[in-house]
Ligand binder design. Sequence first.
Ligand code: ZN
Length: 523
Amino acid sequence: MLAAVLPQSTKTAPEPSSAYDLLITNARVVDGTGNPWFRADVAVKGGHIVRVGSVGAAEAKQVIDARGQILAPGFIDVHTHSENVYGLPEAENFVRMGVTTLVTGNCGGSAADVGAFLERIKETPLAVNLSTLVGHGTVRDKVLGTANRAPTPDELRQMESIVEQAMRDGAVGLSTGLIYVPGTYAKTDEVVALARVASRHGGVYATHMRSEGEGVFDAIRESIEIGEQAGLPVEISHFKISSKRSWGKSDETIGLVKAARARGLPVTVDQYAYTASSTSLDSRLPSWVLEGGREEGKKRLADAATRERVIKEMKESLKRGGFKDFSHAMVASYRPNPAFNGKSIAQITKETRRKSDVKNQIEQVLEMYAAGGAGMVYHSMGEPDVQAIMREPFTMIASDSGVRRFNEGVPHPRGYGNNARVLGRYVRELKLVSLEDAIRKMTSLPAQTFKLRDRGLVREGMAADLVIFDETKINDRATFEQPHQYPTGISHVIVNGQVVLTNDQLTGAKSGAALRGPGASVD
Ligand SMILES: [Zn+2]
């Protein structure tokens, strides 16, 4: 029947669609759904996947034989601090671990003008796709500076309208950093008000919670309350237990997430695959000391009685966390004296003050705070908790890293190794999760959570963000001592159909796109 309506005997030229831009043959496809791998060729044209299956002897401008290798969707890193990406547009540390999309603006800190930030990709093309949240800390700072008080109704309206504009400009949601200045000065109701605005535009609420230590249980409850009151999904960032005294209680923190999900609130979490965290040195000081900025803080610390009170509070906070001293706290980058980089506060104190008791260590911390602060790595988590969190189906893999300048400082190795470490150590060596599930946590789950609707799956019609790697060879090499080492085993990375990494070489292609959230107004 069908044949009868087709024009007969007109000799048409071969379908132009048979000439693909890129053809990847013989791969074992792990498609991002979590389903077991299957064998297929994948054809790409115009930046999209146009065929998954047996393609045969088709014409293609470029062919990659992926025999013996895994082909997966490019990894989506939902928790980055990549505001610096335009200065390092190749984003080499991310590309080399298979990451093709960065979500930035996390922990309450984002570009002040989301629209301009995303537009800039036209002038400065990037090797990766870029997406951003709008940071509550950034918005609060714009309206209230670092004031430790609630906003007036008028100030709250101003904050709401900034969030509104950011969502229209393409932010994928609202982020908070409730341990940082100025986010820490916000009460729950303020965050709920702003999350409502994000909710109206289909955004997610991503939070660096008020506590990841002894207060983590209340902090999770607060996050859930914000999601339930504002009516939007909650993403808990870098989910962890960083108080030694609470190690082993991940079943309880996971239980709170599960209970919220059972009540109908979509809560998800992300995680990096290490037992050390990384954040500022300032975050060790009581937040009331930091109010008004560093100069104000220095004035407070110049007063002997106040300084004693700070030392006492810092001692108590260490003790509450179950730590004897600051030997778990390593300097990642300290501008005034780079010789400190890679050493612990305990070591540094020994070198500079001979005596390295807790009081002297705290004095050392305060001195470094006054001199401008430092980037730090804190060895504060237990491996069993890291593993328990990784096993949960709602956990995604994210680095919490910025774009790295090769060989600068001694940053946390997660920015070089995170995805490869999960696939090498936790999938292949420890068999904690299956390859297919680990890939799902890096691809379709992030895409679903952040509503990147045409990403995260190897499927016809999806954007051609792809990674090819050898599952028997993939390994992270970055260590805490020597973090500036790229992983091994990843041979090709493709962004919007263009090859950005091939056989260990960056091609220089900058085919990344700005990915806007569902609230973006179409013009
Ligand atoms: Zn954070």
